[in-house]
Design a protein around this ligand. Sequence first.
Ligand code: ATP
Length: 259
Amino acid sequence: MTQSSTPILQARGLVKRYGRVTALDQCDFDLHAGEIVAVIGDNGAGKSSLIKAMSGAVVPDEGEILLEGKPVRFNTPTDARAEGIETVYQTLAMSPALSIADNMFMGRELRKPGWRGSVLRQLDRARMEQISRDKLSELGLMTIQNINQAVETLSGGQRQGVAVARAAAFGSKVIILDEPTAALGVKESRRVLELILDVRSRGIPIVLISHNMPHVFEVADRIHVHRLGKRLCVIDPKDYTMSDAVAFMTGAKDAPLAA
Ligand SMILES: Nc1ncnc2c1ncn2[C@@H]1O[C@H](COP(=O)(O)OP(=O)(O)OP(=O)(O)O)[C@@H](O)[C@H]1O
């Protein structure tokens, strides 16, 4: 994988303070086209703060974020979404009582043509259902039979699948996944990992936060090791073992020099 091209998503010198706590301390990050970059680090290392900054959920105090080489400023998650960056948080941000299709389009509902673009135009349910069905089937999620099924009736893995499919449907440039397999069993995790690889093969690069080293080593092209609010190093999973990665992230072993 060539790293000479301009990164799709880049962070330079991000600083984020919460009172006396410095969650991000001159943090850098790079994500290139066609790759999955895993972000690993101990609890409290600042991984969530990094992805929140890149997805508009927090505004950094210093530093810059570049999308395809151009500086961007995200004041809200809507700003980042408008630029094609979709984030799936552990909480999934779904309405359990609503259908799969309604959840896929939550906050960006399609409406039928109407008088002067009035907000009172009727929802175009048929189109939203069709697009949802297409997106889920493209990603091989046809175990979900009924697009009108309430999300609360789905298994944890299926919900995660819908959340990732929603991100893939609208995240044209980058998808950020926060612990996507944390609450899942072995079989469901496997399906979600396959889905992640599927999304990458469709040309969408992915940032993956995970504490699960086997999952990280299975899907990541590069691993960003985060420690004390900054990027400690970036390693190729082919060159290191999981114990090496854990030792770097905890400080038990010196990290390789080049970041
Ligand atoms: N909203 C907040 N207010 C105050 N402190 C915060 C806030 N968010 C994060 N922090 C602090 O910033 C530091 C980094 O937190 P962050 O959640 O980014 O780490 P993390 O690597 O994602 O941790 P974990 O793996 O436990 O989720 C921690 O010390 C945390 O307590």
